[in-house]
Write a protein that binds this ligand. Structure first.
Ligand code: DGL
Length: 268
């Protein structure tokens, strides 16, 4: 048994969709969430910056003595996972990219998978790499969707606006015969229903958060490091800017209200 908390981070608020899945699968664990709201979005930034930011945040979690770190940001996970694993060899670090890809490889029947994410995630080719390592017969069709994040954050999660944007980005998959779509960004589970409706559920949609949560549970269970009983204090939130709007907007992503968040500057 290991009663230390689990650390989870994202570029901002979107990683709460992954935390939501972790809470469901690991109800007795304590979590420390960090959202880098001062430096969000990561999605169009250079790999060098994303590695630097991810390293600073992981160092914070090391000081917090967490038992495992979940890199819930797809952009960071695609670009910086190997870097932070090399820098923090004693820490277990799990990334959303790899588990989402594993799940999609099992779900697909015709080996044609669509992947959507931020510009930096798609440019990194991270999903493609993992999918083709698993099965070289898999064809990956990728599309960056930079408008989804700001629209979702503004609350456009159903209706005409978001449907138009969904068409704008995803119509490209229509002649690719994909049977599986991989949601490669923290925010996209919020519009999973809208995507399914737009394309009349003509492909399966894989949401990486759940798969990552199952992977974390499997690691902790295998190593006998699960908590036995909830401590009752469960969730602690840190952000690098504007605690108030984080607290106000959290419920869209987490599915529950939160009371407080504290400031933390990983660069200090
Ligand atoms: N959290 C980011 C991701 O999953 C999306 C927001 C951003 O661009 O920072 O890639």
């Amino acid at each position: 048994m290991d009663n230390k908390p689990i650390g989870i981070f994202d570029s901002g608020i979107g990683g709460l969709t992954v935390l939501k899945e972790l809470i469901k699968i690991l109800p007795d664990e304590d979590f420390i969430y960090f959202g880098d709201t001062a430096r969000v979005p990561y999605g169009g930034k250079s790999p060098e910056l994303i590695r630097e930011y991810s390293e600073e945040i992981t160092s914070f979690f090391q000081k917090k003595n967490v038992k495992i770190v979940v890199d819930a940001c797809f952009t960071s996970s695609s670009i910086a996972l190997e870097h932070i694993r090399n820098k923090f060899k004693s820490l277990d670090i799990v990334g959303v990219t790899e588990y989402g890809a594993r799940s999609a490889s099992v779900v697909t029947e015709n080996n044609n998978i669509g992947v959507i994410g931020t510009k930096t995630t798609i440019k990194s080719g991270a999903f493609q790499k993992v999918l083709q390592e698993i099965n070289s017969k898999i064809n990956v069709f990728s599309e960056p969707c930079p408008l989804f994040v700001p629209f979702i954050e503004e609350g456009f999660v159903e209706g005409d606006f978001i449907t138009q944007i969904i068409h704008h980005y995803l119509d490209t998959f229509l002649d690719k015969n994909i049977d599986t779509l991989l949601l490669g960004c923290t925010h996209y589970p919020i519009i999973k229903k809208a995507i399914g409706k737009t394309f009349k559920d003509s492909f399966k949609i894989v949401d990486c958060g759940k798969e990552t949560a199952i992977a974390v549970r499997n690691i902790l269970s295998r190593e006998k490091r699960l908590r036995k009983k909830s401590s009752g204090k469960k969730l602690t939130f840190y952000v690098s800017d504007d605690t108030e709007s984080f607290v106000q907007n959290a419920s869209l992503f987490l599915g529950q209200k939160i009371k407080t968040a504290s400031l933390m500057f990983p660069w200090e």
